[in-house]
Design a protein around this ligand. Structure first.
Ligand code: FE2
Length: 411
């Protein structure tokens, strides 16, 4: 029987198999989905690309970014101390002047920049601490605008704490009613330890009530007494939400004493929550109160990975009050993780690549639509590289980005 032509046939790509071997394959796409992946395909096609042995990968996943503050570095002033807390102060001033157009223009520009670097799945936090909820409304509109080429999740993030101001709790719930995908928190920035615990418990209640996932900024500080991760783990164990829960940053985990860390690790295994580390920003924001020796200020990425927990990596910030650098390139993030987390064994370097691809898909809970397999949406990238190690070492250029079966040449 005569088969209809496929829309796109990719020839001679180097694909990572499920048992971590590299195999040369052809990939056929029709109607936005993979229809065949095999060493040699003989199919009629409308368009053919010879990949000449370049590395074919599932797209990058940005597990943690703030699109509402992206591209605002220096507005209204530069973060001179380089601390998280000066960043929060500067953003508090900048966000008084947000408009929908301002948020949407910057978010869209950032997403385009990310997409052209192979990022097709993004989880963004939206600050819901200002009464108009402009940041959230703007990102929800952008989520709709980009859906044909980018999967965007928006987390309602109470940057100033849920209990820091009387209206913040109401604003957070209002954000969920407006359609945020996830609920966030910042327990270490609540006014007291008790407020922090209460904020985590409230986030779990809201997640249950609105059926959304949880992604908390948790213990993003060098203080070894900041111990909200144990509260998150306890709530996850008791609620059974497990894989629907993400603890972002957890930088204090890098400062805990080993006896406590060891006990905590057992609870984390029971909880099965996800972790997101942001090595570019953690290495620059943390350790600022230290003289010497200076801490690295990053969570225990290697140990969490060795424990079999799901760890993914994020950029966190692109040119905003917390991090004036940043390009959206996930290979920069993985490259920094290799260094800061001392993950230099070959398996460890490859694991850092997984942390910006498949592990991110697990964090975002999009695995059903992620991966180069027959029947799944045709999302892939082609890198000018041989494999995962080579991609990270050279921060290899992206040759093609294919989103939902179409080659992105500009969005
Ligand atoms: Fe963040």
């Amino acid at each position: 029987m005569l088969q209809p032509p496929c829309d796109l046939l990719l020839r001679h790509g180097r694909l990572l198999t499920c048992n971590s071997l590299i195999e040369e394959v052809d990939v056929a796409i029709r109607a936005g989905r993979f229809i065949a992946v095999a060493p040699t395909l003989d199919l009629p096609t409308d368009q053919e690309l010879d990949l000449a042995g370049q590395f074919v990968s599932s797209p990058f996943v940005e597990s943690h970014i703030h699109l509402d503050s992206a591209l605002t570095a220096g507005e209204p002033r530069w973060n001179q101390s380089g601390t998280l807390f000066e960043g929060i102060e500067i953003w508090r001033d900048r966000k008084q002047h947000l408009t929908l157009d301002d948020v949407q223009t910057r978010a869209l520009a950032t997403l385009k920049q990310q997409a052209m670097q192979g990022v097709l799945f993004v989880r963004s936090h939206a600050d819901v601490s200002e009464p108009s909820l402009t940041a959230l409304r703007g990102l929800l509109a952008v989520r709709e605008q980009v859906k044909d080429w980018m999967t965007l999740q928006v987390v309602a993030f109470p940057q100033d704490g849920i209990y820091g101001n009387p209206q913040n709790e109401t604003l957070l719930e209002e954000a969920l009613k407006l359609g945020a995908d996830g609920v966030g928190g910042i327990p270490h920035y609540e006014l007291t330890r008790e407020d922090g615990v209460r904020s985590v418990q409230r986030v779990f209640e809201l997640a249950h009530q609105y059926g959304c996932f949880i992604d908390l900024h948790c213990d993003e500080i060098d203080d070894d007494q900041s111990r909200f991760l144990e509260v998150v783990a306890a709530c996850a164990i008791r609620s059974g939400l497990g894989a629907r829960v993400t603890a972002s940053h957890t930088t204090a985990f890098g400062s805990y004493n080993n006896a406590y860390a060891q006990k905590l690790m057992g609870f984390l295994s029971r909880s099965q929550i996800n972790f997101v580390s942001n090595p570019l920003i953690n290495i620059t924001l943390q350790g600022r109160a230290d003289t010497y020796p200076k801490r690295r200020g990053i969570t225990r990425v290697k140990e969490l990975w060795q424990q079999g927990l799901n760890v993914s990596l994020g950029h966190d910030c692109i040119q905003d009050p917390w991090y004036s650098l940043g390009t959206g390139n996930m290979l920069d993030v993985a490259h920094m993780a290799v260094h800061v987390c001392q993950m230099t064994g070959l398996d460890e370097i490859n694991a850092c690549y997984d942390m910006v691809t498949v592990n991110g898909a697990k964090t975002l809970n999009v695995v059903h639509d992620y991966g180069i397999e027959v029947g799944k949406p045709a999302n892939l990238i082609v890198l000018e590289a041989n494999d995962r190690f080579d991609s990270i070492r050279r921060r290899a250029p992206i040759r093609y980005v294919i989103s939902q079966g179409k080659v992105l040449t500009g969005v």
